[in-house]
Design a protein. Structure first.
Length: 196
């Protein structure tokens, strides 16, 4: 079901309209076999007591458990608005709406949206304690920046050391070549002297 994000044309719900608490729908034998996981799968066995809805066995999903259509996409009687930008936030009425800020937003836009929502007195469902959230995020960003600076310095030092080592190796190789030439010349002279 797609969330209803029509924030402009929503009327407040009547006070006596509440969401009914449904049973927990779990697939057959999930409480005995942990590998099945806590999710819903329709029972299909021919002898399945759950499929036959026999008393004393878990309830299965049926259309009758559905809530009133006006309660879909609500939280404690307030409509849920999904916010992707500031324009969405301006349409929200704090008396009839609560909001969920999109998770794929960057921090800069999210910070602006959160501050504006706090200013307007709109409840945010997916972020509790806005100030703490912003503070923690800024601290983590600063730590990341410091780590990047440290890693850059280390890389630069490693490059410098690598260049120094390369220079030393080149100088050493040049010296080695000169020494080899000298030794070869000395050996040639010795051979020539012996021949005379």
């Amino acid at each position: 079901m797609k969330p209803n994000n029509n924030l402009e044309n929503t009327n407040p719900l009547p006070g006596n309209l509440l969401k009914r608490k449904n049973p927990r729908f779990i697939r057959q034998c999930a409480y005995n076999i942990s590998s099945l996981g806590i999710k819903w799968r329709k029972p299909k066995g021919i002898h399945s007591k759950m499929r036959m809805s026999i008393k004393g066995h878990r309830s299965i999903v049926k259309i009758g458990y559905r809530n009133d259509k006006r309660l879909w996409n609500t939280y404690r009687g307030l409509q849920i608005g999904y916010i992707n930008n500031l324009n969405d936030l301006e349409k929200v009425n704090p008396k009839t709406h609560v909001i969920i800020v999109a998770s794929n937003l960057g921090f800069k836009k999210k910070e602006i949206i959160l501050n504006k929502a706090k200013e307007l007195g709109i409840k945010i469902l997916n972020i509790h304690r806005v100030d703490d959230y912003i503070k923690r995020f800024r601290e983590s960003r600063e730590k990341d920046k410091q780590r990047k600076v440290v890693t850059k310095k280390k890389e630069e030092q490693a490059k410098k050391e690598g260049k120094k080592e390369e220079k030393e190796q080149k100088e050493q190789s040049i010296l080695d070549e000169k020494e080899k030439h000298k030794k070869e010349e000395q050996e040639k002279r010795k051979i020539l002297e012996k021949a005379k």
